[in-house]
Each structure stands twice: as C-alpha cells, then as structure tokens.
Design a binder for this molecule. Structure first.
Ligand SMILES: *[C@@H]1O[C@H](CO)[C@@H](O)[C@H](O)[C@H]1NC(C)=O
Ligand SMILES: *[C@@H]1O[C@H](CO)[C@@H](O)[C@H](O)[C@H]1NC(C)=O
Ligand SMILES: *[C@@H]1O[C@H](CO)[C@@H](O)[C@H](O)[C@H]1NC(C)=O
Ligand SMILES: *[C@@H]1O[C@H](CO)[C@@H](O)[C@H](O)[C@H]1NC(C)=O
Ligand SMILES: *[C@@H]1O[C@H](CO)[C@@H](O)[C@H](O)[C@H]1NC(C)=O
Ligand SMILES: *[C@@H]1O[C@H](CO)[C@@H](O)[C@H](O)[C@H]1NC(C)=O
Ligand SMILES: *[C@@H]1O[C@H](CO)[C@@H](O)[C@H](O)[C@H]1NC(C)=O
Ligand SMILES: *[C@@H]1O[C@H](CO)[C@@H](O)[C@H](O)[C@H]1NC(C)=O
Length: 447
C-alpha cells in the first residue's frame, strides 16, 4: 500500500497525550465525534491548512463530504468521499465508537464507510499534508485518504504501481469523469480516456514511457513529482526548479478536461489564483487520437487551446451544445438532417441545403469517401449530393466527405477547410461569431 511521509511531530504528540484528551482543535478526532451538514463545522489540520467536512456545492441543500485547502479563498477540494456523490441537508459523518468513519444520509442510512483493512481505529486526524488518517491505539495508520485519491495528489504523497486517479465530470461536478491517470503495474504512468457507461478503456493519449520498471510515484515535500525506481533511478515529471512549498501550496490534479497539471498557490495570498507549473499532454486537442470515441471534445464539436492552454470545445455553424452547462459533451445539429428517401439515388443535389465554410478546421480520419478534386465547388457538390454527408474537408487537392457523428475536431493547418452542410437560409455568414473570437485570440497569442 502507499504510505505518507507524514508529520512526525504529530505522531509524537499522539503518543505523548492520552487519546481521550485530544480535541478537534489540534487535529486529533476522538471516537464518537461527528460532523453534520447543519452545524457548519469541520475537522481542521493542526496549522489550519486543510479541513475535512461537508461542503455545499451546486445549491445550498446539496453537500460533498470532502477535504479542501482551508486557507485558500476558493477552498479548493482535493479529495471527496463516496466519489463525488452529493448528500442532502441533514446528513452526517461520524467516527463511531467502534472506530468506523461512516457517512449517513439525511434518512440515517449509512451510504459510505472508510474501509479499514487492518485492526480498528481509535482516533482520526486531518494532517497538515491534507491526508485524513484513521489511527489505531499504536498510532499506526489503519486507513488514509492518500490511499484513495480521487483526482488530486499532494506533496508528501507516494503512489504505488496499480494506483489510478480519475478526473471529475466537470469543473464543479465531482463525480468520476472520463479520464484516468493509471500508474500501471508495469511502472508506466499513462493517461487514458474511458467510456463511463461501458468501462471501456480507449488507447493511451500520453505516457511517461517508463514501462518495465519497478517504481513509486513520489510527490515530495519540496513539490517535485517523479518516478523513482527501486534501483534509485529517477524519471522527473516536474522539470526545472519550482517555487518552494514553504512559499506556495502545491497540488497536481487530473482535470476534467483530461490534462494532468501541477499547480501552485502563494501561501501569502495576494490576489493570484492557482497557477500551472507544468502539464501533460501539451496539446490535449490533438493528443487524444482514438480510432473510436469523440476526441478531447464531444462528438460533432471541435477543440481549440485557449491562451491559458486549456481546451475549449465549439460547435460548427447551425449546431449547438447537447448540454449547455457542459461544452465538452458535444454538439447536435439544430436542423433535421437531409433525408435519404428510399429509392432515391442520393446523387441528386438537395436544394434545401447549402455548404458553409469553417476555415482551417478539420475532423481528420473517419472519412466516408475521398475524391481527387482540385475544385472546391465540386467538393461542395459531392457532399450536397450525398444524403449521408454532413461535411466535406477540402484540402486544395482532395475532397473528403464525412458523416455524423464527427470526431477528433481540431484546428488544422495550411489550406484545409471544412465545408459544413447546413439548411439554406438568409444568413450568408461564413464566420460564426465563435470563430471570429477564436481568431482574434489566436492572433493576439501569436499562434
Ligand atoms: C489538544 O487539545 C486538547 C483539548 O483542548 C488538550 O487537552 C491537549 O493537550 C491538546 N494537545 C496538544 C498536543 O496540544
Ligand atoms: C459557515 O461558515 C462560513 C465560514 O466560516 C461562514 O462564512 C458562513 O456564514 C457560515 N454559515 C452558517 C450558516 O453559519
Ligand atoms: C454530476 O454528473 C453525473 C454524471 O453525469 C450526474 O449523474 C449528476 O447528476 C451530476 N451532479 C450534479 C450535481 O449535477
Ligand atoms: C525533492 O526532489 C527534488 C528533486 O529531485 C530534490 O531536489 C529535493 O531535495 C527533494 N526534496 C525532498 C524533501 O526530498
Ligand atoms: C536502473 O534500472 C534501469 C533499467 O530498468 C537502468 O536503465 C538504470 O541505469 C538503473 N539505474 C541504476 C542507478 O542502476
Ligand atoms: C530531476 O530533477 C532534479 C531537480 O531539478 C535534478 O537535480 C535531477 O538532475 C533531475 N534528474 C534527471 C534524471 O533529469
Ligand atoms: C482520430 O484521429 C486519430 C489520429 O489522427 C485517428 O487515428 C483516428 O482514427 C481518428 N478517429 C476518428 C473516429 O476519426
Ligand atoms: C443557421 O445559422 C444561421 C446563422 O447563425 C441562422 O440564421 C439560421 O437560423 C440557422 N438555421 C437553423 C435551422 O438553425
């Protein structure tokens, strides 16, 4: 199992003072203690860096049992129990007299328990490292949140091979999302996309290239993340020098957009927010290259890195987001697709549709047909004449037609343009508003 390089002073304190005398103020929680959604209290680490308790999310009646950075104004969540499942007002978490940490809902039903594997706990503590631990009478750790990381790891944390982090659903929804960081049993650290419904693991979109080693993944107390082999060889993930953990809080999170990022936050807060130290992969828009699946964004959308290198997903003209609260879920046409009437050859141009262009955009691969065609009008005609064609990619030399759903949409290079089949209308706009915004920031950033 993974272990933590936890504060030895705290263990000393635990040994020196009788457990029954320990109160919540100095980090140690005695049997019978509890927190509820109604009393607005939390269990805080000795120096107050981290707190454990119920955090209201989404609306005031829904709570997440979580650990967060308590001195950071955003109260950034680093761990949650019961993988992001929210509980209603009236729920409670208790360190029971029998030494179990139990979450009960507002009906009093137990819905989550910290599964202690060895012995039983006689106390609990939230450590200044952000680790929630259950301790036995010898101050041995019987359970720790560091062994059950959700999407975030913290300095002093050591991961063994076989450990997985999984992203959350969206920025504000802490349920499991579709990305996983697997520290595989072969020593390779790998990012995968998964299908949440089928649990299917798609191909890797990034790996450390350390397969065949026997390693641990270490986030050391100075804020460096690396893989250390049993023979002492080190594979650095954090490169160069970084700001000391004395001056900054550190964390590394597999974000909901599939990027694994290390962040820092100044301890003497002066208006900044979390800033990115490094991240992998460098361009998530092109990194996710699956033979199936939708790519970094959902089906029928295309992906652009913004000036902070975060991916954004956009819909083609006359398409809109499937879920306006989550732009990563993909897009759908706003119109009834061209019909393929039985008996019709499908070769005749349908007058009620027209082709609109989206310069520089591409949905590579998964073509229905390819044509040798130097003529853009001919390319438009091919798609209009094919009832299944949703868009054509014109490269200047070739014309490729594609059907829905579209995958892997990104900004292409050179002369490639996408021609989207849309219903005929008054609008002659060839550059949708979103595109203009994107181009202006692309120019600003000198991309
Ligand atoms: C922890 O708090 C309790 C109650 O306030 C106190 O009796 C105990 O001495 C404290 N322990 C330490 C190590 O400060
Ligand atoms: C809960 O605590 C927070 C932070 O201490 C405070 O801002 C808030 O007003 C409290 N809410 C209630 C209902 O006491
Ligand atoms: C979070 O996402 C999951 C999965 O899509 C969904 O079932 C759940 O209702 C969402 N939670 C909230 C608070 O929106
Ligand atoms: C953490 O790792 C860095 C880079 O390998 C090293 O310079 C530093 O001494 C380490 N710190 C600790 C506390 O081990
Ligand atoms: C550790 O083993 C790897 C092969 O797994 C080897 O490339 C490396 O040189 C070794 N390092 C040391 C310090 O022996
Ligand atoms: C890893 O990073 C540390 C700290 O920056 C550096 O001292 C060390 O040489 C690096 N190791 C390798 C193998 O690059
Ligand atoms: C996505 O792109 C990758 C690489 O460009 C390709 O191998 C894969 O077939 C594409 N998938 C689809 C569904 O287009
Ligand atoms: C297609 O988009 C244009 C321009 O945004 C708009 O005027 C038109 O109403 C849209 N048509 C449909 C069917 O959504």
């Amino acid at each position: 199992m993974a272990s933590a390089l936890d504060n030895p002073l705290l263990f000393l304190l635990v040994l020196l003072f009788p457990l029954s005398a320990m109160a919540q103020t100095n980090g140690t929680i005695s049997l019978g203690s509890s927190l509820s959604t109604s009393d607005n209290s939390s269990w805080v680490s000795p120096s107050g860096y981290f707190a454990f308790g119920f955090k209201p999310v989404a609306d005031k009646n829904l709570f997440l049992l979580a650990i967060w950075f308590d001195k950071v104004p955003e109260k950034t969540i680093v761990w949650s129990a019961h993988r992001g499942n929210l509980v209603l007002y009236g729920s409670k978490v208790e360190l029971t007299s029998s030494g179990q940490l139990v979450l009960s809902n507002n009906q009093g039903q137990e819905i989550w328990t910290a599964q202690v594997t060895t012995g039983s706990a006689t106390s609990a503590a939230v450590l200044d490292t952000g680790n929630l631990v259950l301790l036995n009478s010898n101050s041995g750790i019987t359970w720790q949140s560091f062994d059950h990381s959700t999407d975030t790891i913290l300095p002093s944390q050591i991961l063994d091979m076989g450990t997985t982090l999984s992203s959350r659903e969206t920025e504000t929804n802490y349920s499991s999302g579709k990305f996983e960081l697997r520290f595989q049993t072969d020593g390779n650290l790998v990012l995968y996309t998964t299908n949440l419904l089928t649990n299917y693991l798609y191909n890797a979109y990034w790996s450390s290239g350390t397969a065949g080693t026997n390693s641990q993944m270490i986030f050391n107390q100075s804020g460096y993340i690396y893989l250390r082999q049993t023979n002492g060889s080190v594979h650095n993930l954090t490169l160069g020098n970084i700001v000391s953990t004395r001056d900054c809080y550190h964390r590394a999170t597999l974000d909901f957009d599939g990027v694994f990022r290390q962040y820092i936050y100044p301890r003497n807060w002066a208006g900044e927010s979390w800033s990115i130290v490094w991240s992998v992969p460098s361009d998530i828009c092109t990194a996710i290259a699956e033979s199936i699946g939708s790519g970094a964004c959902g089906f029928n959308s295309y992906c652009i890195l913004d000036y902070t290198q975060r991916p954004r997903c956009y819909c083609p003209p006359n398409y809109s987001y499937l879920d306006s609260s989550n732009t990563f879920k993909g897009c759908k046409p706003d119109f009834v697709p061209q019909s393929c009437e039985p008996g019709g050859s499908g070769e005749e141009p349908r007058p009620q549709f027209q082709m609109t262009e989206l310069p520089n955009t591409n949905w590579p691969m998964s073509d229905s047909e390819g044509y040798n065609s130097k003529n853009e009008d001919e390319c438009r005609g091919r798609c209009l004449g094919d009832c299944l064609c949703a868009l054509a990619i014109f490269t200047g030399v070739n014309c490729y037609t594609k059907k829905l759903p579209l995958s892997n949409g990104t900004i292409g290079t050179g002369t490639t343009k996408a021609l989207i089949k849309v219903p005929q209308g008054n609008s002659t706009s060839q550059f949708p508003f979103q595109r203009e915004m994107c181009f202006s920031f692309l120019e600003q950033e000198g991309i």
